[in-house]
Ligand binder design. Structure first.
Ligand code: PLP
Length: 397
């Protein structure tokens, strides 16, 4: 009996990141965890705020368990959505209602629901390299074509010339991700303005909407006082995909939301399509206890100090050893130019020093490696000698 071969293929081929992570675990069993410098996975290394624990304890001990663990509305508990809307209105000067929000199991669910809601046969969706590898999987799963805009290798913003060429009458939308995984870059106001102006022009020319999906799990993870603008204020046809995975260090709890801008002309239909896609994909009623937990922990983050310290340590040390690094304004990733053309070969050689670095190929960009520095500062310090030795090996040859 035939089964879905593309799904079979997806299940059989592990992502490069997961592969490396598993390699690290196997290596740790042989040489000890403390001797492996694992920079593979974007798993937050700082604990959720104490307040999150207090909320969970209060919910479990004081709330009616039947209601606490029961189903909420498909799109999420109304009181929770009201609190999320109020928080966003207050922090970003918006005027949104709870009825533009759909609670989800994290950014991955937010993205798959949104893409499913928007997709029609023949549509194209644009991603800006380097990008989170799952974008391709999520887009292609809907039957849409994933169009990759090559990286701007100078500032890791958007290569505007290539971007403009990628937009055509089949373009349904683009995904933006700022702060970015894997580069750590934050999109500048100028680039955002130019991008939005261009899309508005193209909407007029083609006579249909071009949606901007803004994938924002790292919204609050910025280190140099670089405010990240709220995209619905810049562009009417925006859908925000948010997650509490990184800001509150809750990736395993699977909680986030979709926000459909109420400014868009056909808001009612698009929001209905989001609810429909959530239903079709079985993503109704995000985890009830977690919805209630985040409602009492809005506008706060885990302690981000460790990430900033790690960023500074790594950036300063690696550049002093001769590595060329993209200066990361946000997220918790450092994107480093490989010391040979083939990033995979470079990452392989790094393993000799027990350094686990992700080659950039799966991010849609060749010649770099990604370091997820959401690790202990102690590990960062202990790994510096290995980075130095690796650089020296290349200098010698
Ligand atoms: N988008 C980006 C850019 C990410 O880096 C990640 C996770 O690392 C996700 C989406 C998925 O986030 P979540 O764990 O909330 O599903």
């Amino acid at each position: 009996m035939a089964i879905n071969t593309s799904m079979e293929q997806l299940g059989k081929v592990r992502s490069a990141i997961r592969d490396l992570f598993e390699y690290g675990n196997a290596r740790a069993e042989i040489i000890g965890r403390e001797n492996v410098f694992d920079y593979s996975l974007g798993n937050p290394s700082v604990a959720p705020p104490e307040q999150v624990k207090e909320t969970l304890l209060r919910l479990v001990t004081e709330e009616d368990p039947v209601s606490l663990h029961g189903y909420t509305s498909a799109q999420g508990d109304k009181t929770v959505r009201l609190k999320v809307a109020e928080d966003l209105n207050q922090r970003y000067g918006l005027k949104i209602s709870p009825d533009c929000l759909y609670m989800t199991c994290g950014a991955a669910a937010s993205l798959t629901i949104t893409l499913k809601a928007l997709s029609c046969p023949g549509d194209e969706f644009v991603v800006i390299a380097p990008f989170f590898p799952e974008y391709r999987v999520f887009i292609e799963m809907t039957g849409m074509k994933c169009v990759v805009v090559p990286a701007d290798l100078e500032h890791f913003q958007i290569n505007m010339e290539a971007f403009k060429k990628s937009i055509n009458e089949h373009t349904k939308g683009i995904i933006l991700n700022s702060p970015n995984n894997p580069s750590g870059a934050v999109l500048s106001d100028e680039i955002l303005k130019e991008t939005m102006d261009f899309l508005r022009e193209k909407e007029k020319e083609y006579g249909h909407q071009i949606f901007v999906i803004t994938d924002e799990p790292y919204r609050e993870l910025v280190y140099d006082d670089r405010p990240v603008p709220f995209m619905t204020k810049l562009y009417r046809d925006t859908i925000v995909c948010y997650s509490f995975s990184k800001s509150l260090s809750l990736p395993g709890e699977r909680i986030g939301y979709i926000l459909v801008s109420e400014e868009m002309e056909n808001f009612g239909n698009v929001y209905a399509a989001v609810c429909g896609a959530g239903r079709a994909l079985g993503f109704v009623c995000a985890p009830s206890m977690l919805q209630k937990t985040i409602a009492d922990n809005l506008g706060i983050t885990s302690d981000l100090t460790t990430y900033r310290v790690n960023r500074d340590l790594l950036y300063d040390a690696l550049t002093s050893y001769g590595y060329d690094c993209v200066y990361p304004d946000g997220a918790f990733y450092l994107f480093v130019k490989a010391l040979e053309e083939d990033a995979k070969a470079f990452a392989e050689r790094a393993k000799k020093y027990e350094l686990l670095l992700v080659p950039s190929d799966s991010f849609g960009c060749t010649g770099y490696v990604r370091l997820a520095y959401c690790v202990s500062t102690d590990m960062v310090k202990r790994s510096l000698a290995a980075f130095k030795a690796l650089a020296e090996e290349y200098l010698k040859s």
